[in-house]
Design a protein around this ligand. Structure first.
Ligand SMILES: *[C@@H]1O[C@H](CO)[C@@H](O)[C@H](O)[C@H]1NC(C)=O
Ligand SMILES: *[C@@H]1O[C@H](CO)[C@@H](O)[C@H](O)[C@H]1NC(C)=O
Ligand SMILES: *[C@@H]1O[C@H](CO)[C@@H](O)[C@H](O)[C@H]1NC(C)=O
Ligand SMILES: *[C@@H]1O[C@H](CO)[C@@H](O)[C@H](O)[C@H]1NC(C)=O
Length: 440
């Protein structure tokens, strides 16, 4: 009996040390900064090795509750692309989230799991990794979303989580049926909501990497009310005419970095909305799509606050907009301290645009108040405009845009149209706003 508990103590010690090592190694690649675009198969291998050891120890011992991985296949998920695997996923999640010692929720490689609208809710005991190596495929039946018309997959209230696609994982929204029924495509249809493919809600210290998201019903990835987020090596695609399929939508989120990612879709590649602060975007490839957008802000006379946005290193091809700030009339609040730099644009319709008269409704009322736009720097931006107007500053009369800096901007093929904007040129700038910034 005494020997047994001694053994148990030793095993627990080893377990603790291993998980501590794992935490250390994942912390190492946690530092914000530039890394190259290769997928991290090395660290993936390391992780797997550790897990094997963990599994071995716990099965020898048979006193800890289970191995450190919970796979959906252990809970009856078929992965044949036809059988509804929602219940199996729910059961597996419950186990993975509520059991001490389980660090990984696994979706195995090489299979396709059909899922209805599904919620993965925390807080969890010890879960650290949501590993999607196979394909999650969305049900195309409207009735499968009757409990929640706005979401397909939601992950919420889990801290310290890594969502890792291991470079094989795919989230497939099968959105065609929703696009066809969108009022933006078929004007005879009423405007209804369509689900967001992946919603990440209230997650602190989140890592998303090596994942592919395709053909979302509407928004592809929505990051809401999160803090301390890193998104890396993510590929997002949908046809250029798929309505409202924003690539990554960020709202009420602070301290987020998106890097080494490729987005081609039917709406904004990245949209940054109210309540977002300290957003860093590096090495983004965007197109087709509507470009990188801050806003729309101030809809329905609302207050909006966005600050500390830095887009550094991006390539946009054949997009509707390059870098855009859009606000509705009648709103209030601020959009400030924004930098767009080291950006290349090819054949972009509105390469640089601030629109404080934005309206995507049938009619927007003429209103005086506006979200104040200030301290926006455009630095080292080059490329070609697909329209006659390469730079548009259409700002509010009562709340003109302040502190706009164009530094080494060279966009060929279009002029600048600047209204109610205080613009300063530095270095070489072409095209330039006329000298009468405050006239028209
Ligand atoms: C090991 O644990 C499993 C699950 O808890 C149990 O079914 C099994 O009987 C145990 N084996 C031994 C040898 O105790
Ligand atoms: C994340 O994990 C670390 C170490 O396990 C812990 O100290 C920290 O409080 C966790 N953070 C959150 C936001 O839960
Ligand atoms: C300007 O931006 C391009 C990317 O468009 C980058 O390759 C280049 O290094 C940048 N130049 C400077 C001086 O930072
Ligand atoms: C500014 O926006 C208003 C409202 O959309 C539009 O009527 C006007 O033509 C725009 N002006 C410029 C210079 O783009």
């Amino acid at each position: 009996m005494a020997r047994c508990s001694e053994l148990l103590a030793i095993c627990l010690c080893i377990l603790l040390m291993l998980s501590w090592c794992e935490a250390l190694s994942s912390n190492v690649d946690d530092g914000y900064g530039h890394e190259d675009g290769s997928f991290e198969s090395d660290s993936l291998l390391k992780l797997n090795k550790n897990d094997d050891v963990l599994t071995l120890i716990s099965s020898d011992d048979n006193t800890t509750s289970a191995s450190s991985t919970v796979s959906v296949s252990d809970f009856g998920a078929k992965g044949d692309g036809k059988t509804d695997d929602t219940q199996a996923f729910k059961k597996a999640w419950k186990k993975a989230c509520s059991t001490n010692g389980v660090s990984k929720f696994l979706v195995p490689k090489g299979k396709t799991y059909l899922l209805k609208s599904t919620r993965f809710r925390g807080p969890c005991k010890s879960l650290r990794n949501f590993q999607i190596l196979g394909t999650l495929s969305a049900s195309t039946k409207r009735s499968d979303y009757k409990n929640d018309k706005n979401h397909w997959l939601i992950l919420e209230d889990v801290n310290n989580l890594s969502i890792d696609g291991g470079s094989t994982g795919i989230i497939e929204g099968n959105g065609k049926i929703w696009w066809q029924n969108s009022c933006k495509i078929d004007k005879s249809k009423p405007c209804t909501k369509a689900p967001t493919a992946l919603t990440l809600y209230n997650l602190k210290k989140l890592n998303v990497k090596n994942l592919r998201v395709k053909n979302a019903q509407q928004i592809q990835i929505s990051i809401e009310k999160c803090n301390n987020v890193k998104v890396k090596n993510v590929a997002i695609t949908a046809p250029d005419d798929s309505p409202n399929t924003d690539g990554i939508h960020i709202t009420n989120t602070q301290n987020i970095q998106i890097s080494n990612s490729e987005i081609g879709t039917g709406d904004d590649c990245i949209s940054i909305e109210d309540g977002s602060q300290n957003v860093q975007i590096n090495d983004l490839t965007c197109g087709p799509g509507h470009g990188i957008s801050i806003g729309s802000l101030g809809d329905d006379n609302s207050k909006a606050y966005v600050s500390g946005i830095n887009v550094d290193g991006a390539k946009l091809s054949s997009t509707d907009n390059g870098v855009r700030i859009k606000t509705y009339q009648g709103g209030s609040g601020t959009a400030k301290n924004i930098q767009f730099q080291n950006i290349r644009m090819e054949n972009v319709k509105n390469p640089i645009i601030i629109d404080q008269n934005y309206c995507d409704k049938e009619k927007c009322e003429q209103q005086e108040s506006a979200v104040q736009v200030s301290n926006v720097v455009y630095r080292n931006i080059s490329g070609t405009s697909a329209t006659d107007v390469a730079i548009t500053f259409n700002c509010s009369e009562k709340y003109p845009c302040k502190g706009i800096v164009l530094e080494n901007v060279n966009i060929k093929g279009g002029t600048a149209s600047c209204k109610n904007a205080n613009v300063q040129d530095q270095g070489t700038v072409s095209p330039r706003c006329s000298s009468n910034y405050f006239l028209m």
